[in-house]
Design a binder for this molecule. Structure first.
Ligand SMILES: [Ca+2]
Ligand SMILES: [Ca+2]
Ligand SMILES: [Ca+2]
Ligand SMILES: [Ca+2]
Length: 538
């Protein structure tokens, strides 16, 4: 018999009580979610000559402006936080271009109508804009699974249908799996297994740093030592393996589980007769914890994590997370990281509809949907939901029932997660392998190769029409084809055909849906107490 423990994120939790981050919801009005004890304020850049004459640091000048604004509006300031702690070493000019030093988070005492407050703040002449600190969530949910008949041995690779699909795993809706409906990795690994010089940033819930199946895979900031000082001048103190943006410290241990599954999917130690195989066998994983212990994340955390990842050498940024709200702040942070050369991969999210989620909805992001074991769009994950679609989708990849590493127990391998999160991790691994093969490839080139070599018309022909379509994007990613790019004369032909389809921007289709959006919003969190016990920070 199967035993499921679900980690469903509950809207009821947001509504009734959320002690650590003061979350409110306006679910009955829209789907916006934002923090209610602070707002983001983007100030106008101060004239540098004025600053010089007044003999003040820029930051104290900005803080003075913020205090004036708060004073006029009678807001009691609790704390002023720079959204982007100044990195004095990396991409200094680019940071100026994007005016990152003018972004602040203003924490206040008392309760306010946040959108109204932002409007009032925006009326001040010194302010470019003010917006709520929106909240998104991880793009997957977990289940635990006890197998009924198969006798497990110590080789779990057979469960990883996304890497090698033998057709024995059925879809969530009971359709048979399809042999070969996978990332085509075994042939891909003959071409390239990865490179230690490629850094992949995981913007997620953290990672189980001591997991033996991640040994040697975690990025180490060699310019930093544990001494209470910011040795490398990147704005963060003792950031050895990354940074915890959710709790503002250097402890990047996973307290929610999502991040450890993603880390293993991208980069579990392969071929060590233990646990699972990672798609990229050598890249280094930079841990940017930007989801809290409930797998929720504020956009301010995501934005400063993007800044950190880009500054500290990440070439690929995995964002298996998404929020419903558009944000200028997050948009700007994405563009900064993209201009810094990063490939940014993010989830379409899991509502089985065409709602647009961010950062997946931004132009400079590779937005990834999920397929099931039959190569069809996942219309129902193991826990419900389904892979979103829309005009911004780039590609799809396996994302249902993705077994991986557990964040609590190094010897437990009976955990799988399902969602566009896992599909995102597979595309991230593809991108990092393409960079291993040729480190000079730009983010634009990486996107092109992944798009052009994706397998078209693998799913339901009513959705997966020839060329790009809004359900599968360019198709299901194929690692071998990607690494073999340039050696296959049929690739360009497919691309031309697909580009035409994309430009047409298909209208609505009257498609029969395989499943209804499932009850992802119902509270069901049996292990909450354990999570509370492990909570870090504040
Ligand atoms: Ca540092
Ligand atoms: Ca230090
Ligand atoms: Ca392994
Ligand atoms: Ca298609």
């Amino acid at each position: 018999m199967k035993i499921f423990f679900t980690g469903l994120i509950s809207l009821a939790v947001y509504v009734f009580f959320f002690p650590s981050h003061n979350i409110v919801t306006r679910e009955n009005v829209s789907k916006s979610l934002f923090a209610n004890d602070h707002v983001i304020i983007k100030l106008k850049s101060i004239d540098k000559t004025v600053i010089a004459a007044s003999n003040k640091e820029n930051s104290s000048g900005y803080e003075e402006i913020l205090r004036n604004i708060a004073g006029k509006l009678d807001i009691g300031i609790k704390r002023i936080k720079k959204l982007y702690p100044t990195d004095k070493v990396h991409f200094v000019e680019l940071a100026k271009k994007y005016e990152l030093e003018t972004y602040y988070v203003l924490f206040f005492n008392g309760k306010y109508d946040i959108p109204k407050l932002c409007n009032k703040i925006e009326k001040n002449n010194s302010v470019d804009f003010s917006e709520p600190d929106f909240i998104g969530e991880a793009g997957a949910e977990s289940s635990k699974y006890t197998r009924e008949t198969m006798v497990p041995n110590d080789e779990f690779y057979g469960r990883q249908w996304g890497l090698h699909n033998d057709g024995t795993t059925s879809t969530s809706t009971g359709r048979p799996g399809k042999k070969g409906a996978d990332m085509n990795v075994e042939k891909g690994w003959d071409i390239d297994k990865g490179s230690e010089s490629v850094i992949v940033a995981l913007l997620d819930s953290g990672v189980k740093l001591d997991h033996p199946d991640l040994a040697g895979r975690i990025w180490v900031n060699t310019k930093e030592t544990r001494n209470g000082r910011d040795d490398d001048g990147n704005g963060m103190i003792d950031d050895i393996n990354g940074w915890n943006f959710a709790y503002e410290n250097n402890d990047v241990i996973d307290d929610a589980g999502h991040g450890t599954n993603i880390a293993g999917t991208v980069g579990a130690v392969t071929n060590n007769a233990f646990g699972y195989a990672g798609l990229d066998q050598r890249c280094k994983l930079m841990i940017c914890k930007d989801l809290d212990d409930e797998n929720l994340g504020q956009y301010s955390w995501w934005s400063s994590a993007l800044y950190y990842a880009a500054n500290n050498g990440a070439k690929v940024i995995n964002m298996s997370e998404g929020g419903f709200d558009y944000s200028k702040t997050l948009d700007n942070a994405i563009n900064f990281a993209y201009d810094a050369g990063c490939v940014i991969v993010a989830s379409m999210m899991n509502k089985n509809n065409n709602d647009k989620y961010y950062p997946g909805g931004f132009k400079n992001v590779i937005a990834v949907g999920a397929t099931d074991t039959d190569d069809g769009r996942c219309r129902e994950f193991t826990w419900g939901g389904g892979s979103n679609w829309g005009k911004h989708i780039c590609v799809v990849a396996p994302g249902n029932r993705i077994y991986g590493l557990d964040y609590k127990d190094n010897d437990n391998f009976d955990v799988y997660w399902s969602g566009t999160s896992q599909a995102t991790a597979y595309v991230t691994g593809t991108a990092s392998l393409l960079l291993s093969q040729d480190p000079n490839r730009s983010n634009k080139t990486i996107r092109e190769i992944i798009s052009k070599t994706a397998k078209d018309q693998v799913g339901d022909p009513r959705e997966d029409t020839p060329g790009w379509d809004e359900y599968y994007g360019w198709g299901r990613v194929d690692l071998y084809a990607a690494l073999n790019y340039g050696n296959n004369p049929t690739e360009n032909k497919q691309d031309e055909k697909g580009q035409e389809s994309k430009d047409e921007n298909k209208g609505d289709k009257n498609l029969e849906q395989g499943s209804q959006p499932a009850k992802a919003d119902e509270p069901n969190k049996p292990d909450v107490d354990d999570k509370r016990a492990k909570k870090v920070g504040r």
